[in-house]
Design a protein around this ligand. Structure first.
Ligand SMILES: [Zn+2]
Ligand SMILES: [Zn+2]
Length: 307
C-alpha cells in the first residue's frame, strides 16, 4: 500500500540540502565546459559506487569477504563520501531489508509505492534511527562508530577535494552532478531492481535480474541472484553476468588487500535446482495476476507448481 504522505511531505526543511544539490547541477551551464570535468564526475561516480557496493553492501551488510581493519576503515570512508549517511546506519537498514523483503515492515519496498522505495523512505524521517540489534558486529569498532556519528565529514572532505582539484567547476561536476547520479544509481536497487527485469530464482520477494541496472550499479543489478544467496561476494552468478564490483574485489585479492571471497554454492548454478524459475513467462503471468504482491506463501506455492 502506498505511504499516505502528501507531496509537500518530501520538501520539508530537512530535505532541502538533498534538493539543493540537485538544483546546483544546473550550475554546469554557467561555468566553462571541459571533458575533464565530465571525467571527474565519472571517476567520482565509479569510485564511490564501488565504495557503496563493495563496501556498504557486500562487506559491511553481508560480510561476503574478509579484510584488514585499515582497509575496512578506508572503504567505509570512500563509501561515506557518497553522502548516504553512515556505514552502520546503512548496513542496519539493508540487513532489515533482507529480513523483511517486500513483506510488512520492509523499509523500502515498491509494494509501498515506487517513489517511496526509490527516495521517499530516505526523505521521510521515519528511518533515521539505527536498529542496533542488526549491527552489533560493526559497533565493536570505535572508528566506524565515530564516522557513522559524524557522517557529514567524509562528503565534506570529498567536496573540498573536488574544489582543490578544479575550483567551482570541480564542485559542480565532481560533487553535485556526480553525487546526484550516484544517489539515483544506488536507489535503483531498492526501486527498479524490485520491479524491472527477469526472475531466475523463486524468492519470497519481487527482486529481479537486470543487465542495465548491473551496469550503472557495478554489478548490483543481479538483484534476484543476490536475494537468493546474500553471502556471495559476486552477484553476477555466471561469467556473462557483468559484475564490476566482483572483478575489482578479485583484483584487490591478488595484492592481499581482501581475502576469503565467498563463492556461489554450486547447487544454485544448476538449472535443475528446485528454486530455479523454470518458465519465465509463467512466472511473469503469475506475478501480474497477483499484482506483483509475491508474498512468501504465493512464491512457495508457485515454486511447487513449477517443479
Ligand atoms: Zn532488495
Ligand atoms: Zn543485500
Amino acid at each position: 500500500m502506498a505511504k499516505p504522505y502528501s507531496a509537500s511531505y518530501y520538501f520539508r526543511p530537512h530535505t532541502w540540502p538533498f534538493w539543493a544539490l540537485h538544483v546546483a547541477c544546473v550550475g554546469a551551464f554557467f561555468v566553462e565546459f571541459s571533458w575533464w570535468y565530465v571525467a571527474l564526475a565519472f571517476v567520482g561516480y565509479a569510485a564511490r559506487m564501488f565504495g557503496v557496493t563493495g563496501g556498504y553492501h557486500r562487506y559491511f551488510s553481508h560480510r561476503t569477504y574478509s579484510t584488514s581493519r585499515v582497509f575496512q576503515f578506508l572503504i567505509a570512508f570512500l563509501a561515506m563520501c557518497s553522502a548516504q549517511k553512515g556505514v552502520i546506519w546503512w548496513a542496519s537498514h539493508h540487513r532489515h531489508h533482507h529480513a523483511h523483503s517486500d513483506q510488512e515492515g520492509d523499509v523500502h519496498s515498491p509494494q509501498d509505492g515506487f517513489w517511496w522505495s526509490h527516495v521517499g523512505w530516505i526523505l521521510s524521517n521515519d528511518h533515521e534511527q539505527t536498529e542496533e540489534r542488526y549491527v552489533r558486529d560493526l559497533m565493536r569498532f570505535p572508528e566506524l562508530v565515530w564516522m557513522d556519528k559524524y557522517f557529514l565529514v567524509p562528503p565534506t572532505i570529498w567536496g573540498i577535494g573536488m574544489f582543490l582539484i578544479a575550483g567551482l567547476p570541480g564542485l559542480i561536476w565532481g560533487l553535485c552532478i556526480s553525487t546526484v547520479l550516484l544517489w539515483h544509481g544506488t536507489f535503483t536497487i531498492n526501486s527498479l531492481s524490485h520491479v524491472w527485469g527477469k526472475v531466475r530464482y523463486a524468492t519470497t520477494d519481487t527482486s529481479r535480474n537486470n543487465f542495465w541496472l548491473a551496469i550503472i550499479t557495478l554489478g548490483e543489478g543481479w538483484h534476484n541472484n543476490h536475494h537468493r544467496f546474500q553471502s556471495s561476494a559476486r552477484n553476477g552468478f555466471f561469467w556473462w553476468e557483468l559484475d564490476i564490483t566482483y572483478y575489482t574485489l578479485k583484483f584487490f585479492s591478488f595484492f592481499g588487500l581482501v581475502w576469503d571471497l565467498r563463492p556461489v554454492p554450486a547447487h544454485l548454478l544448476d538449472s535443475h535446482n528446485d528454486s530455479w524459475v523454470k518458465n519465465q513467462q509463467d512466472y511473469t503471468m503469475f506475478s501480474r495476476k497477483n499484482g506483483e504482491a509475491t508474498t512468501a506463501t504465493q512464491t512457495e506455492k508457485f515454486a511447487e507448481e513449477m517443479m
